[in-house]
Design a protein. Structure first.
Lengths: 291, 132
């Protein structure tokens, strides 16, 4: 059994760990509020963008000559997966959930004998994927240096993707991220961005046909790259809110566990102290009796 | 009958402006300035760098945008833009700074014609703004 001194040390070490997790939880909570606000503020933009594109693409008459970003290359040979994770650890199952979702998808693709290419955004995703998919990763991007999520960063990722698409390096592109639902629930998402897949088939009646200026094709070919950046940006915002939420609940759990552990250790400490005192007393009494 | 319609300006970070009582909006569309009144036909268009003017009965607001998309449908106007400034909040320093950045971009080597046109436009608009 551990000696009294050992127990004491143990207790104080658990206590200081608890202090750290508590502080991390507070920080995450404060950041979460900001990130959540940003995510909610960012939603109208991406929704509007999506709506416009839906309206546009349903109105386009000449499907043959529509931009490739919308209709795809006509093949499904090479898949590009953009896996978006965080740059920091200690956030519970946040990164693991995304990776799990992505790995499922990877396996499905590889089983069908298709070519898989991966871009990782955020260093944690790279760390987890490099073991099995090292040769598939074509690029890793990390925004460790930029403090806040900004549109500029998202645009950079979007440009990289479009660049590679124009060089015909892939046919289908999907992004993986966590959608923020609430502090405890984050849903890993898989979203196909090239070719554009509309989740709900919206029936647009003929009476809201638009007037276009300049031509439809020109608008579309300008809008689609922007839409990709926008979707990436949305994913980044959702991701950051999810990361903080996930970290907060993970740290909350850790703090609680540390508290339980301190309680248990303290009881053990008190018991062994009591036992030691009792033992000493018995020794004294039996010593006195034998006289 | 009221002649007011809804305007919403959003940028990626947030909803920049939302107004129910606009009477007229002038946007710098790609092929020239375009004024939009109530019951305009549904339209989608691009913006080039320029000034958006939002008129309502009581006031008039001006914003400087660099790019964007406008959509007008069922008497609601949405403007999506990645960079927008409220002109009343811009001061000379800020304007000069933007002009400087734009000029730097314009003098760059790898710039295509369309981009150059947009950047020139931006500089011109900002310089005119300076005079006001």
């Amino acid at each position: 059994m551990a000696s009294l001194d050992d127990l004491k040390k143990r207790i104080s070490s658990v206590k200081s760990t608890q202090k750290i997790t508590k502080a991390m939880k507070m920080v995450a909570a404060a950041k979460l509020r900001r990130a959540q606000e940003n995510a909610e503020k960012g939603r109208p933009y991406s929704e509007k963008m999506n709506n416009i594109i839906l309206n546009l693409s349903s109105g386009i008459s000449d499907k043959e000559n529509a931009p490739k970003l919308l209709t795809g290359t006509g093949e499904e040979k090479t898949h590009l997966c953009v896996v978006m994770t965080s740059d920091r650890g200690l956030c519970g199952g946040f990164n693991t959930n995304i990776i799990k979702k992505a790995k499922n998808y990877f396996q499905k693709i590889l089983k069908e004998n298709k070519i898989l290419k991966i871009i990782t955004v955020g260093s944690k995703g790279y760390d987890q994927l490099k073991r099995h998919y090292k040769e598939n990763i074509i690029e890793k991007i990390s925004f460790k240096d930029s403090k806040n999520i900004n549109y500029f960063d998202a645009d950079k990722v979007g440009k990289i993707i479009i660049d590679r698409f124009e060089k015909k390096e892939f046919d289908v592109c999907a992004i993986f991220y966590n959608q923020f639902k609430n502090v405890i629930t984050q849903i890993p998402q898989e979203q196909q961005i090239i070719p554009l897949k509309s989740n709900e088939e919206k029936e647009t009646s003929s009476n809201n046909s638009y007037e276009f200026e300049p031509e439809e094709d020109e608008i579309l070919s300008n809008l689609l790259p922007k839409n990709i950046s926008t979707q990436i940006f949305k994913a980044m915002l959702e991701n950051s809110a999810s990361e903080q939420g996930s970290r907060m609940s993970a740290m909350d759990n850790a703090t609680r566990n540390a508290g339980e552990m301190v309680d248990k250790l303290t009881i053990q400490y008190n018991r062994s102290r009591q036992a030691a005192i009792t033992k000493e007393l018995i020794e004294i009494i039996s010593g006195a009796e034998s006289l | 009958m009221s002649e007011e319609f809804k305007v919403e300006i959003v940028n990626p970070e947030k909803s920049f402006l939302s107004k129910e009582n606009a009477t007229e909006v002038v946007v710098p569309a790609f092929e020239g300035e375009m004024g939009i009144l109530k019951d305009h036909i549904s339209i989608i268009s691009f913006l080039k760098p320029g000034i958006i003017k939002v008129y309502s009965k009581s006031e008039e607001n001006k914003y400087f945008v660099e790019d964007g998309i406008v959509e007008f449908k069922d008497n609601s106007l949405s403007i999506l833009t990645s960079s927008i400034y409220n002109i009343s909040e811009l001061d000379r320093n800020k304007i000069d700074q933007i002009i400087k950045e734009a000029e730097k971009e314009a003098s760059g080597e790898n710039i295509d014609d369309q981009k150059r046109y947009l950047v020139d436009q931006k500089i011109e608009v900002l310089k005119n703004l300076n005079l006001n």
